[in-house]
Write a protein that binds this ligand. Structure first.
Ligand code: ATP
Length: 514
C-alpha cells in the first residue's frame, strides 16, 4: 500500500468510526473546517489532558489560563499580525488553483532530498554488504549534482523569504520548473501577500462598530495577562503560562485533512525568563517537548527538528518538531524564542508598564519568552497516522486496529456478555457500573464475539472484558488485550487495578522529563 492510499484509508476510517466529520456536511461541507465525532472528541480531550498535565501538573512553575478569543483590536497591531501575518500566494492561470509559493518551493526541495535517498538506496542494493554509505554520498556525481542544485535553491529561497522578495519567490518557481499538480502547466501569476486573519464587527451600529479579529494564535491572550497572572499568582521568574484554545487562520490552501484547518485548536505555553537566558531555556524546552512526543512510542526515528529558514519578526531562534506523516515529515509543533518583542510591544501600544522586578538582580526588566506551540488537531493526525494498522491474522483473517496509546484511547474497556440471556448482561452491567466512575467504558452485545473484538480494535479500545457462563460460577471474566490479542482469565474484583495499570496517565507522564 502506498502512503497516499494509506492516508485515504485513514481519512475514510476517521469518518466511518465517528472520529472526524466534515463540518456542516449536509450542505456539502465547509473548506478546511471539521467536526469531531463521538470517538474523536474523546481522543482530543485525552490529548489535551496529556499536554495540560505534563505542563501544569508536572511543573510547579507553570500555571494555566483561559483567555477570550476576541481581544482588543490594538492587540493585533502591537503583535505585528495586522501588518505582517501574511502568506505569499500564487495562482495557476490554467487550473485556477491557488497555492502558497513557499510551500511549492519547500515541496520541490523535499523532492530533491527524496531523489538523493533513492539513489543511495539503489546503490545499497547494488553493492550489498560492501556498501559504504558515507563514501557513496561524498563521491557519487549524481548525488553531488542533485545536492548542489538543492542547496543553491535553498539558499535563494531563504534569502527571498527574509527579504520579503516576492518576485524572487516567483522566479525560483519558474527556474525550478515547478508545475501545477492539477493542470501540469507553468502558467503562474505574480506572487502576492495575503493576510491570514479573519475579521468581524463588534457593536450593533455601523458607526460605532469596530473591526475585531478572531485570534490567529492563543499566545497574545497570555501576553496581555502577563502582569495579572504574575502578580496574583506571585510568580517568580522563570515561570510559564499554559493555554489551550481555538485559533483561526484564513489559510490559502487547506488540503491534507486536519493538517491545515481554518479553525483549529492550539496548546501554547509561554515561558518567561531573564534576558540573556533564553537560549538555554529554548534548548531545554526543545528536549522536553521532544521527550513528550517520543513517550507515545511511535518510534524515535519518526521525529526530527527542523530549524526555520525565515525567523518570524519576533523570534531570535525557532525550530519545529516534525513528524513523519504519510505525506512526509511535517511540522507538529514550534518552539520559538520570542525575545521581549511581544511584552515590549504591548507595553508600547498600551502605555502600561509591563515589567518584572527581579529581586535577585534588584532591577526591573521586560522578560524574554520561550514558547512551545502545538496544534491539537495536528497531534490528533499524528496519533491516527501512527496508530492505524492493517494486520493479517492467522487463518487468513484481517483486522484494522488503532494502536492508540492506551491512556489516550477514546474508550478504555468494552464489556461484552457472551450471550444476551442467562443473566450475563446483568453481570456485564455491574462491571460497567464498577468501572465507569474512573474510565470510559462501552457495552456491546450485538454479533459474534469475534466481530465485537474487530469493532473495538477499529476504534482503539485497549481492553475487552467478556462475561460468560463460567463468570456466574466463579466471578471471573476473560480480558482480551488489543495489541497482542492475548487473553487471560481474571477475577472481577481484580479488574479495577488491571485497567488502571494499563490505561492510567501516570505511566505516560512519568516518561516525560519534568
Ligand atoms: P505552517 O508553517 O504549517 O503554516 P506555522 O509555522 O504557521 O505552521 P505556528 O504559527 O508556529 O505554525 O503554529 C503553531 C502550531 O499550530 C503548528 O505547529 C501547528 O501544529 C498548529 N497550526 C498552525 N496552523 C494550523 C492550521 N491551519 N491547522 C491546524 N493546525 C495549525
Amino acid at each position: 500500500m502506498t502512503q497516499e492510499e494509506l492516508f485515504k484509508k485513514l481519512v475514510a476510517h476517521c469518518k466511518e468510526y465517528g472520529f472526524i466529520f466534515p463540518s456542516s456536511e449536509i450542505y456539502d461541507g465547509l473548506g478546511a473546517v471539521y467536526d469531531y465525532g463521538q470517538n474523536g472528541v474523546e481522543l482530543k480531550n485525552n490529548i489535551k489532558r496529556y499536554w495540560w498535565d505534563s505542563m501544569v501538573k508536572l511543573h510547579e512553575n507553570i500555571v494555566g489560563l483561559d483567555a477570550a478569543i476576541f481581544m482588543h483590536p490594538r492587540t493585533w497591531e502591537a503583535s505585528g499580525h495586522v501588518g505582517a501575518f501574511n502568506d505569499p500566494l500564487i495562482d495557476n492561470r490554467d487550473s485556477k488553483k491557488r497555492y502558497r509559493a513557499d510551500v511549492l518551493i519547500e515541496d520541490w526541495l523535499a523532492k530533491q532530498d527524496e531523489k538523493i535517498e533513492k539513489e543511495v538506496e539503489k546503490a545499497r542494493k547494488r553493492f550489498g554488504d560492501s556498501f559504504d554509505e558515507e563514501k557513496y554520498r561524498a563521491t557519487s556525481p549524481r548525488v553531488a549534482e542533485t545536492a548542489a542544485k538543492r542547496d543553491a535553491v535553498h539558499t535563494r529561497f531563504a534569502e527571498a523569504l527574509n527579504a520579503n522578495d516576492l518576485a524572487e519567490l516567483r522566479q525560483i518557481i519558474i527556474d525550478c520548473e515547478i508545475v501545477c499538480p492539477i493542470s501540469g502547466t507553468r502558467n503562474w501569476t505574480e506572487v502576492r501577500q495575503f493576510n491570514l486573519m479573519f475579521s468581524t464587527q463588534m457593536g450593533s451600529t455601523a458607526d460605532g462598530a469596530s473591526t475585531i479579529y478572531l485570534r490567529p494564535e492563543t499566545a497574545q491572550g497570555i501576553f496581555v495577562n502577563f502582569l495579572n497572572v504574575q502578580k496574583t499568582g506571585r510568580m517568580k521568574l522563570p515561570f510559564g503560562i499554559a493555554q489551550i484554545g481555538k485559533a483561526f487562520r484564513n489559510e490559502i490552501v487547506a488540503r491534507q485533512f486536519i493538517f491545515r484547518m481554518r479553525e483549529f485548536e492550539q496548546m501554547e505555553m509561554q515561558f518567561f525568563v531573564r534576558p540573556g537566558e533564553e537560549m538555554r531555556w529554548w534548548q531545554q524546552w526543545k528536549e522536553t517537548r521532544m521527550a513528550w512526543h517520543r513517550a507515545l512510542g511511535f518510534g524515535d526515528d519518526n521525529y526530527r527538528f527542523h530549524d526555520h529558514d525565515k525567523l518570524a519578526h519576533y523570534a531570535n531562534a525557532a525550530t519545529d518538531i516534525e513528524y513523519n506523516f504519510p505525506f512526509g515529515f511535517k511540522e507538529v509543533e514550534g518552539i520559538h524564542s520570542r525575545t521581549d518583542y511581544d511584552l515590549g510591544r504591548h507595553q508600547e501600544y498600551s502605555g502600561k508598564k509591563i515589567q518584572y522586578f527581579d529581586p535577585e538582580l534588584g532591577q526591573s526588566y521586560v522578560p524574554y519568552v520561550v514558547e512551545t506551540s502545538i496544534g491539537v488537531d495536528r497531534m490528533f493526525l499524528q496519533i491516527m497516522s501512527a496508530a492505524y494498522t492493517e494486520e493479517k491474522l492467522e487463518g487468513g483473517e484481517e483486522r484494522v486496529v488503532l494502536r492508540i496509546p492506551a491512556p489516550l484511547a477514546p474508550t478504555k474497556v468494552a464489556v461484552m456478555p457472551l450471550v444476551k440471556k442467562d443473566g450475563l448482561p446483568e453481570v456485564a452491567q455491574r462491571i460497567i457500573d464498577m468501572l465507569k466512575f474512573d474510565h470510559n467504558v462501552a457495552y456491546d452485545e450485538k454479533d459474534s464475539i469475534g466481530k465485537r473484538y474487530r469493532r473495538q480494535d477499529a476504534v482503539g479500545t485497549p481492553l475487552c472484558v467478556t462475561v460468560d457462563h463460567q463468570t456466574l460460577e466463579d466471578n471471573t471474566v476473560t480480558v482480551r488485550h488489543r495489541d497482542s490479542m492475548a487473553q487471560e482469565r481474571v477475577a472481577i474484583d481484580a479488574l479495577p487495578a488491571l485497567v488502571e495499570a494499563e490505561v492510567s496517565f501516570r505511566s505516560l507522564l512519568s516518561k516525560v522529563k519534568a
